[in-house]
Design a protein. Structure first.
Length: 423
């Protein structure tokens, strides 16, 4: 029964039951971590063959000696694999070092220092720079903006993409120079930007001529079902709408192979890529081509990427199913929380009733269950309704995950009962 249908005495009884379960949880002195979407050791093991590559044959198909300097664009064979995934011509894809986050960071810093190809002046010379931020969203995107004083404008993220009325209203301000977007299996909600919303984003009028969409394909091949959700061709849509430089597209192997030594990719218009490489050349002579070569040989082609991701899915999907199963069993009839059932990505997004998330995360932490801070999925770490909690099921073992989600449900029921009795 929902809390609204329970008498105060019934709620007190429920609270007493949950507090008793919570005491047992504390006495167990568990240490469980649901904070970040890290691949589990079992997932990392899927790519152990990388450790013996490239062997003694260190030249790529074009004869490039990968041990030496140069090759700022990265190896063409590896770029060709991800060009297909990103819907970008291979000559307009850059393969870099380790983290797509670094490429996103550099794009914004280069724009601040130099301006983009469409800017009248460096962004740092403007009175204020603003970015549209769909929420709940990716905390590391927001951290870059906060670090460099870029004002963040939250808009609600729906199942098919951001609230376009809000996006269009914000884009009418010339200080708004861009937006963040994870188009497929968004962090943390699992939302997927529809073709229609992508077309709107490509065609919409913006007051700033150098408006950028930071299109982060972080989970583009991370399916949790047999359905392979397609990502919109934002580059093609923008080019057709007369805004070829609007999208900057990112992808990464970090959750495909080794998270700590993956390969990031950036793609976009020819002008954007030329601009990026011009400034990148002052920071580095070239990427780690040996790592790129072993990835190229290990993955082989796009089919090889999908085959590897099928193995990831076999490990991940049961964990996500268990999260939803426990939440439904423990919370389903009480009306105190809702949660997503994503078809891909790395997170389950849970919303409590308003005002409970901070209390739930605190309770969980005191019981040995580490959660991402409440509000982390919002600019400046402030969820105005204090309700969103991001769950990362990937890293714990199945047994640890089950204990953590059961404990989290206990914390939610305690917080909800406390709130109900205090009203």
């Amino acid at each position: 029964m929902t809390f609204d249908a329970l008498s105060p005495d019934q709620i007190r009884s429920l609270l007493d039951e949950q507090l008793a379960a919570y005491a047992v949880l504390q006495q167990a002195q568990i240490k469980l971590d649901l904070t970040r979407g890290k691949p589990s050791p079992e997932q990392l093991d899927l790519s152990n063959a990388l450790l013996s590559l490239p062997g003694d044959d260190f030249k790529d198909a074009a004869g490039t000696d990968t041990r030496n300097y140069g090759g700022l664009l990265g190896l063409p064979g590896l770029r060709a694999i991800f060009a297909e995934i990103m819907h970008v011509p291979v000559e307009q894809v850059v393969a870099g070092d380790n983290a797509s986050l670094a490429m996103m960071h550099d794009n914004l810093v280069f724009a601040l220092l130099h301006g983009t190809v469409d800017s009248a002046r460096p962004w740092s010379e403007e009175d204020v720079i603003k970015f549209i931020c769909p929420v709940p969203g990716y905390d590391r995107h927001f951290a870059i903006c906060e670090t460099y004083g870029i004002e963040m404008l939250p808009v609600e993220l729906h199942d098919d993409g951001p609230d376009m009325a809000a996006v269009r209203a914000y884009a009418a301000d010339p200080a708004v120079r861009g937006m963040w977007l994870v188009p497929t299996y968004a962090n943390p909600t699992g939302s997927v930007v529809s073709e229609a919303i992508a077309a709107e984003l490509a065609a919409m009028e913006t007051a700033a001529p150098d408006f950028r969409i930071m299109w982060d394909n972080a989970y583009v091949v991370h399916h949790l079902t047999e359905q392979q959700t397609k990502t919109a061709d934002i580059l093609g849509l923008c080019a057709a709408s007369g805004h070829p430089n609007r999208p900057v597209i990112f992808a990464s192997t970090s959750k495909i192979t080794f998270a700590g030594s993956g390969i990031p990719f950036m793609g976009g218009s020819a002008a954007n890529v030329e601009w990026y490489l011009k400034h990148l050349a002052k920071r580095t002579i070239g990427p780690d081509k040996i790592n790129q070569l072993r990835h190229e040989r290990f993955l082989g082609d796009v089919d090889g990427v999908h085959a590897l991701m099928d193995q990831h899915r076999a490990i991940l999907a049961p964990k996500f199913e268990k999260v939803v199963e426990i939440l439904e069993a423990r919370l389903g009839g009480h009306g105190v929380a809702t949660w997503t059932t994503p078809k891909g990505g790395y997170f389950v997004s849970l919303d409590t009733v308003d005002g409970l998330a901070s209390r739930v995360v605190k309770l969980a932490g005191e019981a040995g269950i580490a959660m991402t801070p409440a509000g982390a999925a919002f600019p400046y770490g402030k969820d105005p309704r204090d309700r969103n909690i991001r769950i990362a099921p990937s890293y714990p073992s199945p047994a640890e995950l089950e204990a953590a989600i059961d404990g989290l449900a206990t914390c939610i029921l305690i917080a909800a009962a406390e709130q109900s009795l205090a009203q």
